[in-house]
Design a protein around this ligand. Structure first.
Ligand code: ZN
Length: 347
């Protein structure tokens, strides 16, 4: 089948790629015709760097993991889905018998197989076989484009859950990229009264400010700690969500934090970082880390359907599948003003 293949670092091709072995259906699997696939920062990172941390691209790999589509075939034991259903898919499949999975921590199962994470192929291709249990039916009022945003939204929802947001909390989100924005939306949906968001890109901050009670702070011009303290009567925010992945941001996570506040690290740090444990101690700060998410797709879909969360303004550009190499070249240039770029597959 024709797929978007990362041959090696900085080399993509749209070509025939044989993956028969992975297209064999089990009794509890469904075959899905892909409709929309989002371009994720991790896809772009594999393209530009050939790997991320322990995950290195050693053989040609299909990219893409933020996906929606239509069920075209069901295994003999599938009960919850039928041919023609519109769905989104959770891209990480854990070992159901692993210790982590049995403890309810399947996202940190060392054996998890996650699309477009070497050596597992992604879904920028016509069809995929996927377990029924990780495939979620869409309500009529959730579009395929929105459904392909469920995957990044799940990260924000998982982070807000880890932060134990209480009604009326004030939060700071560091980084106004796609993950920062879905985290801000999730924090508001979880009950935050107000969210500050910091970045150096005015176009992203302007977009963020239109999404709800979100106050932008441009850290190229404004001092983050001072701005937050001035806006909170010197108290600080209850929660800091670090979504930038920047070591410089990580160094100052405690400065705007109130006593007994929570910090959640979401943005992937590619290298060792320093943070000030002394500042954490005097606040009795609670520090959490998130890695993807565990079983929040149904919540994300229902929040999109009810209107509790609107991700549509985050989708800024859509490419045809035939243009996917160019789409990645553009994504790799970090264009200003683009938040989520998606690829629509031929139907
Ligand atoms: Zn992603």
């Amino acid at each position: 089948m024709k797929a978007l293949v990362l041959e090696e670092k900085m080399k993509l091709s749209l070509r025939d790629f044989p993956i028969e072995r992975e297209e064999v259906m089990g009794p509890r699997d469904v075959r899905i015709k892909l409709h929309t696939v989002g371009i994720c920062g991790s896809d772009v990172h594999y393209y530009t760097h050939g790997g991320a941390g322990i995950f290195q691209v050693k053989a040609p790999m299909i990219l893409g993991h933020e996906a929606s589509g239509i069920v075209v075939e069901t295994g003999a034991e599938v009960t919850s889905l039928k041919v023609g259903d519109r769905v989104c898919m959770e891209p990480g499949i854990p070992d159901p018998n692993s210790r982590a999975t049995r403890l309810g921590l399947y996202n940190v199962d060392p054996a998890v197989r996650f699309w477009a994470t070497p050596p597992i192929h992604g879904v920028l291709r016509p069809t995929v076989v996927h377990p029924e249990n990780f495939t979620f039916k869409l309500p009529d009022n959730v579009s395929f484009a929105e459904a392909a945003m469920v995957e990044p939204l799940a990260v924000g929802v998982h982070a807000a859950t880890k932060a134990q947001v209480k009604p009326g909390d004030i939060a700071l989100v560091m980084g106004a990229g796609p993950i920062g924005l879905v985290t801000a939306l999730s924090a508001l949906a979880a009950g935050c009264a107000r969210v500050f968001i910091s970045d150096v890109d005015d176009t992203k901050l302007e977009l963020a400010a239109k999404l709800g009670p979100i106050t932008p702070i441009n850290v190229a011009r404004q001092d983050l700690g001072n701005e937050i303290l001035a806006a909170t009567e010197g108290w600080g925010v209850e929660i800091v969500f670090e979504c930038s992945g920047s070591p410089r941001a990580a160094e100052v996570v405690f400065d705007p934090l109130c006593p007994a506040g929570r910090v959640v690290f979401i943005g992937m740090q590619m290298h060792d970082i320093n943070y000030d444990v002394g500042k954490a101690m005097v606040r009795e700060a609670r520090v959490e880390h998130v890695f993807r998410y565990a079983h929040v797709f149904p919540r994300c879909v229902s929040m999109m359907s009810s209107g509790a969360i609107n991700v549509k303004p985050l989708i800024t550009r859509t490419f045809e599948f035939e243009d996917s190499v160019r789409a990645f070249e553009i994504a790799a240039s970090a264009p200003k003003g683009e938040v989520k770029m998606q690829i629509a597959l031929p139907q």
